[in-house]
Design a protein around this ligand. Structure first.
Ligand code: BYC
Length: 312
């Protein structure tokens, strides 16, 4: 079959709703797009442990500490499933991770904002995990089998993360004046970056048309953002907190409208100039360097015992 015939057959499979599996023929662009997206997603999960992980020693109770440790551990697990999914496309973990450490690969903009108080932990759970679930529920329908299956499990776990965040914020919103002030401040800082994390406006989203055509995404960035606002805004308003957007309102048809998003800020963060880009990558690099002896020891053990390289 010619390349064109193979591509037609591939696209017909996608239109029939079939999953594409690792050994199947796929256009090179499809493979590259998936490696890009899945590895960026994996890096986001790994770097996403930092803003919340920082607060583990400061948790106000053992219950909150246990929940937060479990959440952060889940993010490490998500990174692992996702690196595995990317490996099924022929990429190696080492090359993907190196691109991340070198700053050549992107990761989610949201993790380049600081977590400045304990209330941020709750707000990240409600807003960041909430936005992530909206995007990832869509990706669970993705045409690539391993990614879509990873998303089903990840979404189940993210749902717990989302609920713990909402529970925390609602409690503090109804708590002491200081607690209320802390969650309001967290909302003021995290609202806009949470809208931005769902990707640029559709007119700037260069990858969406191809990804939608190949069933990787089933919705555009703006569609997912709209769903997120429609679900989250009424609940936040009901909690008595104030969303930092004077233009935000629901029209008579139940459609939510928001004020202008500062896309200059978004692109600045994506380009590496956000408030925490350097700190986050520096911490990942240090953790990677500190773990070198573990990787070396595993490799030496595996070489000796099995005569083969261990994948760590
Ligand atoms: N940050 O054409 P577009 C989590 C880039 S982690 C940085 O719309 P696409 C969690 C984009 O890569 C959640 N860069 O892209 C973890 C592209 O540049 P390249 C992370 C961004 O791929 C711990 C360019 O802008 N979720 O849940 O169609 C604790 C043009 O964009 C961002 C995922 O990674 C951004 N926010 O759509 C708590 C999900 N947005 O690569 C929670 C998987 C865009 O062409 N990824 N860019 O040089 C996706 O669904 C899609 O990649 C996106 C962007 C919707 C994010």
């Amino acid at each position: 079959m010619t390349e064109e015939q193979k591509t037609n057959e591939f696209e017909e499979r996608i239109q029939r709703g079939e999953k594409i599996e690792p050994g199947d023929w796929m256009p090179e662009k499809y493979r590259k797009q998936l490696i890009r997206m899945i590895s960026q997603h994996a890096h986001s999960e790994v770097i996403g442990m930092l803003p919340e992980g920082k607060w583990i020693p400061h948790a106000p109770s053992l219950r909150r500490k246990m929940i937060l440790i479990a959440k952060v551990q889940d993010e490490a697990g998500h990174g692992q499933y996702l690196y595995h999914a990317a490996e099924t496309l022929g990429a190696t973990r080492e090359e993907l991770y190196q691109a991340f450490l070198d700053g050549r690969a992107k990761y989610s903009s949201i993790f380049n904002y600081p977590s400045m108080s304990w209330a941020d932990v709750g707000m990240i759970g409600w807003l960041v995990d909430g936005a992530a679930i909206k995007n990832q529920t869509m990706l669970a329908q993705c045409s690539y089998g391993p990614y879509s299956r990873a998303m089903v499990r990840i979404c189940a776990e993210e749902t717990f993360h989302h609920k713990q965040g909402k529970e925390m914020v609602l409690k503090y919103a109804a708590g002491t004046p200081k607690q209320r002030e802390m969650v309001q401040d967290a909302l003021n800082r995290y609202w806009w970056p949470s809208l931005m994390m769902l990707g640029p406006h559709d007119s700037e989203s260069t990858n969406t048309p191809q990804l939608v055509k190949w069933g990787v995404k089933t919705k555009t960035n703006d569609e997912v953002r709209q769903e997120f606002i429609a679900e989250t805004a009424p609940e936040l308003i009901a909690s008595g907190l104030s969303i930092p957007d004077p233009d935000l309102h629901e029209d008579e048809n139940g459609v939510w409208h928001h004020g202008p998003i500062d896309w200059d800020e978004f692109w600045n963060v994506v380009k590496g100039n956000g408030p925490c880009n350097a700190e986050r990558l520096g911490m990942r690099q240090a953790a990677h360097d500190n773990g070198e002896w573990v990787r070396d020891a595993l490799e030496a053990y595996s070489e000796k015992k099995y005569g083969a390289k261990a994948f760590v």
